[in-house]
Write a protein that binds this ligand. Sequence first.
Ligand code: PHE
Ligand code: ZN
Length: 850
Amino acid sequence: MTALAPQTIFLKDYAEPHHWVDTVHLTFKLAPRATRVMSKIVFKPNEANTGDLILNGEDLTLLSARINGAAIPHEQTDRHLIVKQADLPDGPFTFEAEVEISPETNTALEGLYMSSGMYCTQCEAEGFRKITYYPDRPDVMGVFTVRVESDLPVMLSNGNPQASGEGWAEWHDPWPKPAYLFALVSGDLLAHSGQFTTMSGKTVDLNIYVRKGDEDKCAFGLQALIDSMRWDEQVYGREYDLDIFNIVAVDDFNMGAMENKGLNIFNSSCVLASAETSTDATFERVEGIIAHEYFHNWTGNRITCRDWFQLCLKEGLTVYRDQMFSGDMRSHAVKRIEEVLQLRARQFREDNGPLAHNVRPESFVEINNFYTATVYEKGAEIIGMLRRLIGDEAYYKGCNLYFERHDGQAVTIEDWIKAFEDVTGRDLTHFQQWYSQAGTPRLSVTESWADGSLTLTFTQSTPPTPGQDDKRPQVLPIMIGLIAPDGSEVVPNTVLEMTESTQSFTFDNLAERPVTSILRDFSAPVILQRDIDAKTRAFLLAHDTDPFNVWEMGRMLAKDTLVAMITEGTPPTTDYLDALKTMLSDETKDPAFRALCLALPSQDDIAQTLFDAGTTPDPMAIYEQREELRHILASFLQDILPDLYDKNDAGAFKPDAEGSGKRALRMAVLSLLTLNDQGKAAQKLFETADNMTEQAGALMALLSAGIGQEELASFYAQWFHDRLVMDKWFMMQIAVAAPLEAAHIAQNLTHHSDFDMKNPNRFRAVFGALQGNHGGFHAPDGAAYKLLADWLIKLDPLNPQTTARMCGAFETWKRYDADRQSMIKDQLKRILGTPNLSGDTTEMVTRILG
Ligand code: PHE
Ligand code: ZN
């Protein structure tokens, strides 16, 4: 065996495999430390690219390998099993192997592993090679039949159940699929079951499998699944294609969930939900992720990716689909604002730093490092722009053509775009550049008015990103509207298509000079740099018909206010305070929308804003002034807060848009109210709440005001037995800790008996919260940097994937002062210098250091 160094893989080097797979038969004899996997794979040579048989395999003990029943000469490295072309029979052949693996000691949670006593798998992207020897690449698709032998009662795999008996079960999946969609589960599980009748009248059995004790947390997820199945039929005409659809909840999982064919595996935090233990945000997330994984059945599974560079083909599109679904289930306006908040907080942050990359990357060392906000969220924005440019009808026509043309294939972004070129007759070459140019465009605008004509002149430019110095203009759909001085809309939603660096658009025959509403609904993922005077802003705040832009005007006001407080020591203007008060008191506006208006920009957002404006952000000043503003708001709004709090009591808990909107506003109000009443209202709510949204909301309000230690202890006493609620307990106290205390609190919590570094949810509860506490993470002593680095070094040998992902905490280091930069660099270098550091983490830290 020879050890190989990590390799960089390039999109331009793509070549078809030497062999295609026809059928795969697998038998698993499950045992914690010595699972046997017997495989029987029918291969056929690829006449277009003949060569050796190349099989991937890692951490496998090979017991036997045969071709057409006979032992074969083969080479083995620590990553491959290779049979020379000269040693292969002519034509199709059957390869059989037996390997041994150890699920119980698999802490990387990739391949076959154990979680709370159950067996489960995670194969995307390249985990199947840790299960058996196989051409583990998405363009190789096979028909799988799987036999599971286990001591545990439930035995599941992909497709339809075929036969079963005492201690065994067989599954057959009729749809050819790449190995990354393979899944197997065995455990002592309970099912929460239901049924769905498809549009052509077929009955599908639905099951959510959970550990005993969690069966009361499945009803919401099941309903979300049913809603998703119906929505995909009604909106995209896509029907489900097996007799059964299973979901399994797993406690130890690196990501949110996985779309394995007919057997979705979920991080339990993304499927379990109950009023007592889950917040509204969790309900919303569960609904969205269930939809996301279900929608992959068509966008990802029936049509899959040719190679991992095409990841955005399935992820961008599926995120876009789940966003549309959630908008239909709840409120499009509120959902869009939430999406943009996320996009700015995660994707713009990524695009502005050393990890910036194309939506379709051109090279990678470890594909696991490219499950990013850019691939997912910017990938979804691209689909939204495409739809805006070609219109709804052409969009759905193009989708249908794509589904018909490529069903059963592994395809590329070019294939996706081609379908839309064919239905519209348009050349989308320039548009496609969104996939190959990284960075967030800056868009500026000037207006000129003469003789009833308004001319808008836009200029775009994208700053350089690593490896891409020269940027070209992007195709931007800029949705605008024009509003007359009396508040009436004279030009409704209109999409301007910008393709040049500078471009003008003129509107004629206007009776009076209108006010322009630009980038409505956030129609393109850009940073709009608009010099807007206070009067225009106030006008749009009052009259814009686009809810996104109303929110955006308020957001700009809040940001400007904070920036002025931080950089000039100027107190908030009455403009801002009055506008906020008016907005909050406007009962014609959705409470969820008002809650979003009341939320202040995050500290991280302010830091990026200051940096963009050429100021080195001081995290302590950001923290202090944001707190100061909270106090100013609490006293300025003191007359209306108690009333708002009372009026937005949603009554009996229902996790729907209406109830969650009211609770969101109520909790945002409570957070300010707590600064006025020494915590009286929050304490009362904490004691009486019958739902987690309000219980946790009250606790957060108290902790944010520097009180609530007693409540924190009683929260523990009430919930110590519930893993998911305990994640919240860990997270909350770190998230709102004062800057100089955060690292210390986090460190103490790592010594708590309930801390378990092997559980990604728990690790993230502590360290995700620490990095999310901007002031605390960037405290001047560098204690948080060091603590995180210590734990990343500890986690790396156990779970490289989660370690590498958490390194993103450091991606913004170039924003800060020289002291902080050097402290962060020291920690990054210390991580990089760790002996035997994983390829995942090495790649991330190297890129971050730049
Ligand atoms: N494909 C999964 C999703 O987005 C994400 C995932 C990737 C899960 C890799 C596990 C491992 O839906
Ligand atoms: Zn996905």
